[in-house]
Design a protein around this ligand. Structure first.
Ligand code: NAI
Length: 247
């Protein structure tokens, strides 16, 4: 895969898990990486990991559901780096419960972070990327956004929304040289999935043809492909990375 040398990437939810792996992988491939999460101090290790690879980094504390904070973040990135080549919308949360027990708050919180956050950052980077006449947006959706899941009506709807948002973004920006794609990860080892009971984990494993959970690095490699020039004719797609769990 080509080098990202001279390119600037922004990754949300980059303090840990999949976002952290994406930030490190992009730095490995030569990109300078802006890492975003709710608290700046959570990002110290991510910044250190990017800098250890000889790349520039910047930590920005931003709640992805807050439009003013998102716009301020992208303004700061443009002032400091002068361009944005890769936007990875990775920040996400779950608030799982059965539909009949789901509160308005459970619904709103998940939609705000997962779907509105992706919209706000996509909108904020669209103008600078269109001006550059180049850029790649990669949105982290979920297998649950494709197939649904009991206990995750809010999460499933938010991730299905992310896929539809990605397609609309791709259609609007394609003629300006900007691509937008989504990734639908399956079951990936992380804090989010560590919280599941052994029973649920065993059940999921039984449904994965490759008979292993994914690692954050598996998602990072797919992001690198979609963000790279190797994918220059790929836009509006949702790439499943799930060990064959859903085909
Ligand atoms: P994680 O919980 O380990 O990391 C999520 C990160 O997002 C955390 O650092 C958190 O602080 C940050 N975050 C949460 N709310 C935020 C907000 N309002 N503003 C800014 N940052 C915020 O989760 P994980 O597993 O690394 O997931 C990353 C993405 O991948 C999420 O979008 C998730 O839905 C998606 N995903 C994960 C799967 C898995 O099996 N782990 C499967 C499918 C999708």
């Amino acid at each position: 895969m080509g080098s990202f040398e001279g390119k600037v990437a922004v990754v949300t939810g980059a303090a840990r898990g999949i976002g952290r792996a994406i930030a490190e992988d992009l730095a490995d491939r030569g990109a300078d990486v802006v890492v975003c999460d709710l608290r700046k101090e959570w990002l110290d290790e991510s910044v250190a990991a990017v800098e250890a690879k000889g790349r520039k980094s910047l930590a920005v504390a931003v709640d992805v559901g807050d439009g003013d904070a998102v716009n301020a973040c992208i303004k700061e990135v443009m002032e400091k780096f002068g361009r944005i080549d890769i936007m990875v919308n990775n920040a996400g949360i779950t608030k799982d419960t059965l539909l009949i027990r789901m509160s308005d708050q459970d619904w709103d919180d998940v939609m705000r972070v997962n779907l509105k956050g992706t919209f706000l950052f996509s909108r904020a980077v669209a103008r600078p990327m269109m001006k550059q006449r180049s850029g790649a947006i990669v949105n982290i959706a979920s297998i649950i956004g494709l197939i649904g899941n009991a206990g995750q009506a809010n999460y499933a709807a938010s991730k299905a929304g992310v896929i539809a948002l990605t397609k609309s973004t791709a259609k609007e920006l394609a003629s300006r040289g900007v691509r937008a794609n989504a990734i639908a990860p399956g079951f990936i080892s992380s804090k989010m999935t560590d919280a599941l009971s052994q029973d649920v984990r065993d059940q999921m494993l039984a449904n994965i043809p490759m008979a292993r959970f994914g690692e954050p690095e598996d998602i990072a490699k797919a992001v690198a492909f979609l963000a790279s020039d190797e994918a220059s004719y790929v836009t509006g797609q949702c790439l499943s990375v799930n060990g064959g769990m859903v085909m």
